[in-house]
Structure formats: C-alpha cells, structure tokens
Design a protein around this ligand. Structure first.
Ligand code: FAD
Length: 617
C-alpha cells in the first residue's frame, strides 16, 4: 500500500468482485490503507456480467483506466426488441451525449483482471483464500475474524468494513439485515456460444414470446451470449424429450458447463430455503448445445447456426435489497446490498458506481477532513437508485415474458408506438446507459439557477475547454473536462469570459465608461479578476489541499462538446465537482460564495466557519 498520509487502521474490504475492487481503487487513490480479501483462492473464471455501461466507462476514463477495457471489449451500438417474429422497437445508442455511445461487452473475469492489475499498480494486492467468518461491532470499533486457506485464523480491528461479498454476503447476514424481495419462479439459461448469423454483430437482440424471453448479446469474434428464461417444467420437459432421443449430452470437455448459480447457489435468506432448493433441483444439468439449438429454433425466428458451446449454466433470479446500506462502521455495496434481474445490464455497473460514491466520502472522513455524517449520504444517495433499478429490471423481465394480459398488450401493442416517440427513446437510452443517474435531491447538492448547463446533483459532462489557469499554474491550452478532473480531488471549474469579452450580468453591469474607452473596460475586468481571486482563495481555504481549481473558457467544438452548450452561458460561473464526477454545487461567483462556503463547511470540511464566511454572514 502506498504510504498513508496519517496513522489509521486499514479499511477491510470483503470481496474482490468488481465492487470490492472499485472500492479499493477509490480509497487507494486517496492514500487510504486498505485490505482487500476474497475467500476464493482464484478469481472466478466464468463471465456473469458482460455489459459495461457508458457511465461506468466515463468513470473508468476519469480513473485513467478506460483504454484496456475499450481495446478488449466489443461494442454494441443498438438494441432491438422482437416479438412474435417482428421487430417492435429499436434503441440506438449513437445519440448519447458521451464519448462512449454504446454498451461495451466484456467478460466479467476480464473486467476483474483489469481492475486487479490497476489496483496492484496503486500498491494494493488482493489477499486470496482469506474468508471473513465473523465480525463484531462495538461502541468504539470493529473486530473481524479471518480464516486463511492455510488454516490460520487472524483477528484484526479495522477502522471500517465494506461488505462487497456478493449476493450471499456474510457481512449482511452477520448484521442481521433482511434481504427483502422475491425470487422469480423461472430458471434462466445462460450460454456463451459460437454462432453464424447474418445480422450485424454490433447490435443486441431480444426476443419476447408467449413461451418466454430470449436474448442474444454479441461478445465479438462470433461469440454470443444467449440468455433465456425457462419455466421449471419446460426445463424438465426438454431434458426428458432429449433424453428419450438419446440426445441429452453434457457439454464436451472442450467446453465447460455448470449448474453453479452465481445468484442462488445457496438460500439467500432463511425464508427462501424452499424456493432455492426447488430451483436447484430443476437446474441439476447445465444446458447443452442441443438444448440451445432447440430453444433458438423455437423462439428466434431468424436463420442461424450454433456451432459450439463455450460455457453454459442455469441460474435463478432474485430481486432483493437491504433497507440500509450503512450500519455504523459497516457498509454494504454491490450484490451484497441488492440483487436483481440482469435485464438492462445494471448489476455490476451499479456496484462499481456505488463503490466510487462511497470511496471518496470514507477517505475524507478517515482523514478527519469531513464530518462523519457525510457517510450517511452514501445510503441517502444510492438507496433510491438501487430501488429504481430493482423496480425497472423486474418490470422489464415480467413484461418481456408475459404470455397474456395487460403486460403482453403493453409489449406488443403499446411499446412499438412508444418506441417511435423521440423523447421516450432518449429517456430510455440515458437511463440504460446510467448517464441519467443524479443526486439532485441529495443534501450534498447546492443548486443555483444559471443560464443552461447541468444542474447540481447531475453528472459533470465532458466538454472541450480552453484552460486559462490551472493548479500550480498549469494551463495546457485546449483540454477536456474529463482530463482535468482527478477523482482524488474536488474540481472547481470557473467559467470565465474569453480574453477581451465582457458581458453584462446583474452583478456586473457594464459601466458606462466601458463603451466609451479602454480604462472603463480595464476597471471592469480588474474588478472581476479581484472577485475571482477572492473566490478561489476562499474555496481553497474551505477545502484545504482537496480542491483543484481550473479557470476555463470556451474552445469551440460542436453542440455536443462546446462549453457553452454543455455548461451554459452564465459567466463568470462556478461548478464544484465531487471526486466521483458529480456536480455538488454551481452558481455565480459574484453572488453565491457565502452559500458555497457554508455548504462546504457543512458537508465537506470539518473546520469552523472560515473568516470569509464569518465576514459575510
Ligand atoms: C447471468 C448473469 C448475467 C449478468 N449480466 C450482467 C451485465 O451484463 N451487466 C451488469 O452490470 N451486471 C450483470 N450481472 C450482475 C453482476 O454479475 C453482479 O452484479 C456483480 O458480479 C456484482 O459484483 P460484486 O462485486 O458486488 O459481487 P460478486 O461479483 O459476487 O463478488 C463477491 C466476492 O466476494 C467473495 N466473498 C464472498 N463471501 C466472502 C467472505 N465471507 N470472505 C471473503 N470473500 C468473500 C466472493 O468470493 C466473490 O469474489 C449478471 C449476473 C448474472 C448472474
């Protein structure tokens, strides 16, 4: 671990799946010592999540790790929904206002490897074969018991604990939290297959029918992931039918198949015992290539040839979540806190984004730079988002597989009409890509009305800017907001006029002398300069060592990249961006300094009121 900037027990992160890895990355970047343990001796070889959403890619970009993902992943630029042999809806990702207008398909095992390698470059190694077996939370701290693969038992007193230990979380069980929700009655089939088909391999296709849902996701190189739901009786029927024909074959040795179910290989809660056991019986055999062929022939009305099976499994779906993500010194993140249908490819993405949300807050509190209540905003901000994801993925799954009734009507008659309506398509696109995630109602959000631009609480979008001045005098000329923002710091973006421009604003009417002569203009710009200098000094005092200030102006670009189109036209204006890439405050430098300082002092720093605030109160 790179040197900690202070003396503290490490944060114990349980689980080195995507969530635990992202949490460790976020803390390590802020020089917080962590221990990241995983009970598995080896990383999981199989892929579960394959879809990485645009917002996750944007965050990877800010962590300077996106390139290897882009090099290895396969891009899908559109999604098609078919019903009864007809395409009823299409969603193009192209119009998304991001550098990543697609869904990137990449094996989860590769995603985990890339995150692990990056973490290693930050000085953190995953401790494998180490299981959290128990922990105790007293008034003053924590005591955790770890079982090492060599039989050694270790106890340690971490300062904080993050349970990123997946759907069957030991941490959640030990906290005694319920995992409320439901288990879907269907068994789902998953198969990674080589197939020959004549449709574009940069689109994903979903097929709804009375019999159930089937989806084919392109993973590149002619490999597709097939996911389909199967009622338990269908699985049994197909198997007995094939067995009668002597065709019930287990996958060949060149391929792997498994009945291990990542989401319910054991009961999730005591009350689910019966469901889980029943489901496990139905899923005793992994799907074979022959079964996949049968299924495709029945549900996907398009010629294709399935040539080989790479990996297959049956799995069951749960739609469940905890009621609280924080219990004093313990946090739950990722599947430990919520599991849901993979419809929409949200699970891994939300886990990673949760970890980034928590990481910077914990780092500030641990360094003594922010009040502990900042940590409560982790639950306040993320829980409503997870609840929405649960609702939507459950709804989509139910609708896609409805055999009759209003949901079938909605799918077959209403959806095609709605899908032609531009604003609805836009909303669906930004939602699926997770670009619409926002914390506008969070207590961490301070909003002031400006002439355009994203509101406080929303993601800080990328834009092309001309840098007038930066930290330590860095002014790289033309750059991008994403390149300037460093997730170990807050970024304060001051949007100023380009040299020579002087616009009137209510706070700074252009003095009459300006239009008459250079002196007036010089006086106006000197007064603005003094105001900006005061503004920057005050914010730097409120967030000592934690904020990087960039003075930026327009640098051209089209309507998707220009600063004016992306961040609005008010000048001078400020945007304060949190380390996790969301805007926590915005306003006018002339009138909103006091409010901003109070906000920082309430949430992001621990000092008394600064002189600046006191003087202005
Ligand atoms: C078929 C399928 C398809 C999916 N597709 C997508 C998709 O396309 N996009 C998407 O975003 N999501 C998808 N998901 C969901 C996604 O796989 C999960 O949301 C994601 O893996 C959750 O990551 P996690 O780190 O929270 O938990 P996990 O990946 O489950 O990792 C938990 C880790 O904790 C370790 N652990 C458990 N208990 C302990 C303990 N006591 N001590 C130490 N270590 C422990 C485990 O060994 C494991 O490595 C899919 C899921 C399934 C089943």
């Amino acid at each position: 671990m790179s040197a900690a900037t202070y003396d503290a027990a490490p944060v114990l992160i349980v689980g080195a799946g995507p969530t635990g890895l992202a949490a460790a990355m976020s803390l390590a970047r802020a020089h917080i010592p962590v221990r990241l343990i995983d009970k598995a001796r080896e990383p999981a070889p199989h892929s579960r999540a394959i879809g990485i959403q645009a917002r996750t890619l944007e965050l990877f970009e800010q962590h300077r790790i996106v390139e290897p993902f882009l090099q290895r992943g396969h891009r899908a630029r559109a999604a098609n929904l078919h019903s009864s042999g007809q395409r009823i809806a299409r969603l193009d990702f192209d119009p998304l206002q991001t550098r990543y207008p697609y869904l990137l398909f990449l094996d989860q095992s590769v995603t985990e490897r890339l995150l692990t390698e990056h973490l290693s470059s930050l000085g953190v190694e995953v401790e494998r074969g180490v299981e959290l077996t128990d922990f105790f939370q007293g008034v003053d701290g924590l005591e955790a018991t770890l079982q090492h693969a060599d039989g050694r038992v270790e106890t340690l007193q971490p300062s904080w604990l993050i349970g990123a230990d997946g759907a069957h979380s030991t941490v959640r069980h030990r906290l005694g939290l319920s995992f409320a929700g439901k288990t879907f009655s269907q068994t789902f089939l998953l198969a990674d297959l080589a197939l020959d088909v004549d449709w574009p391999d940069d689109e994903l296709n979903m097929f709804a029918s009375g019999e159930g849902l089937a989806a084919l996701f392109p993973m590149g190189g002619g490999i597709y992931r097939l996911i389909a739901d199967q009622h338990a009786n269908v699985v049994a029927l197909v198997q007995s039918h094939l067995a009668a024909q002597g065709a019930l074959v287990r996958t060949s040795s060149s391929a792997t198949s498994s009945s291990a179910n990542p989401m319910s290989d054991e009961p999730i809660a005591a009350s689910d015992d019966a469901v889980a056991k029943g489901a496990a019986t139905a899923a005793a055999d992994a799907p074979t290539l022959e079964q996949c062929r049968e299924l495709v022939a029945r549900r996907i009305h398009h010629p294709m040839r399935l040539t080989s099976l790479v990996w297959s499994a049956y799995f069951h779906l749960n739609s469940r979540m905890v009621e609280q993500l924080r219990t004093r010194r313990v946090f739950l993140a990722g599947d430990a806190g919520h599991v849901h249908s993979p419809a929409g490819a949200q699970g891994m993405n939300t886990g990673i984004q949760e970890a980034f949300n928590l990481g910077w807050k914990l780092a500030r509190v641990m360094k003594g730079e922010a009040p502990e209540r900042l940590l409560d905003t982790y639950h306040a901000e993320r829980h409503p988002i997870e609840r929405d994801v649960l609702r939507q993925t459950a709804f989509v799954t139910h609708m896609a597989e409805a055999e009759r009734g209003p949901l079938k009507l909605l799918r077959e008659k209403v959806m095609p009409l709605l899908a032609q309506f531009g604003p609805l398509r836009d909303a669906a696109r930004t939602r699926v890509s997770e670009l619409s995630i926002q914390y506008r109602r969070s207590p961490l959000t301070l909003e002031r009305v400006l002439d355009g631009g994203p509101r406080a609480g929303e993601r800080a979008p990328d834009a092309l800017v001309h840098v007038v001045d930066g930290p330590l005098g860095r002014a790289p000329g033309v750059g991008c907001v994403f390149d300037l923002h460093d997730p170990a710091y807050f970024s304060l973006f001051l949007l100023v006029e380009a040299d020579g421009e002087l616009e009137a604003s209510p706070e700074h009417p252009i003095p009459p002398a300006v239009s008459n002569g250079a002196n007036g203009a010089a006086n106006g710009s000197a007064s603005r300069e003094a105001e900006l200098t005061r503004f920057v000094a005050a914010v730097e005092r409120a967030l000592p060592g934690a904020v990087r200030v960039w003075r930026i102006t327009d640098a051209g670009g089209d309507h998707t990249t220009s600063l004016a189109d992306t961040y609005g036209r008010t000048r001078p204006a400020f945007y304060l961006v949190r380390p996790d890439g969301y805007i926590c405050a915005r306003g006018r430098t002339a009138s909103d300094l006091t409010g901003l300082l109070r906000h920082c002092e309430s949430w992001f720093s621990k000092g008394m009121l600064t002189e600046e605030t006191s003087a202005r109160v």
